[in-house]
Write a protein that binds this ligand. Sequence first.
Ligand code: ADP
Ligand code: MG
Length: 238
Amino acid sequence: MIRLEAVSFRYEEMKMLFDASFPKASITAVIGPSGGGKSTLLNLIAGFEQPLSGRVLIAGEDVTELPPDRRPVSMIFQDNNVFAHLDLRTNVALGISPGARLDRAQEKRVEQALAEVGLSALAHRKPGEVSGGERQRVAVARALVRDRPVLLLDEPFAALGPAQRRDMLDLLRAMQQARGLTVLMVTHQPEDAEYAASHTAYLENGRVAALRPTAELFAAADIPGLAAYLGDWRSKPL
Ligand code: ADP
Ligand code: MG
């Protein structure tokens, strides 16, 4: 479980205050208007940003003062996940140890992660020689070799077409189940949340305005701003 206890943060005039608990061992989607604080929320959990006040707890442990690499967290971004001059295997290995030589067991973990995301046959290629979806699989494999219980994804599949996105969501669900991961996934696609997330959080103006089982959240009529944000998405599939 991830808990933010009255976590405050500000960028200039934009003040944020997060107070929420995200369920353990499941996928929670994070939706809401641009500038609402979705990326900041993930950065506070990962430790890339420090709260002005409040506490961040992961599995009951206060991680507020811990640097990112000491938190039980991996993060995947929309882009900038791969190094163009390194082959896919090396990109994945960076998740374990930047620069250092891997031992036998670590090499095996890299091979397993490559196999799990379906990239074994392409492992010697450079990122420029594979598709966008395959590049995001590299980012997923790199997160897998780190073997952390919390996985944060910030609009990870936004640049992919619908079929590739669906494949990646299937992969994410399989990984979540196999490893019991606690996953937070920022997305602008309500159908991605519906497809993959047991719960969905709606963020607006630097706050978690609602966090409910996904179907309940999308059916809710009592959350100001949500209907305007979602619009008539069911009649206009993307
Ligand atoms: P979202 O991911 O929901 O679009 P963000 O968390 O990126 O929202 O941003 C929340 C608010 O913080 C926005 O008002 C944004 O302009 C501001 N912000 C984000 N990052 C920075 C930054 N590095 N410097 C200044 N303001 C920022
Ligand atoms: Mg963002």
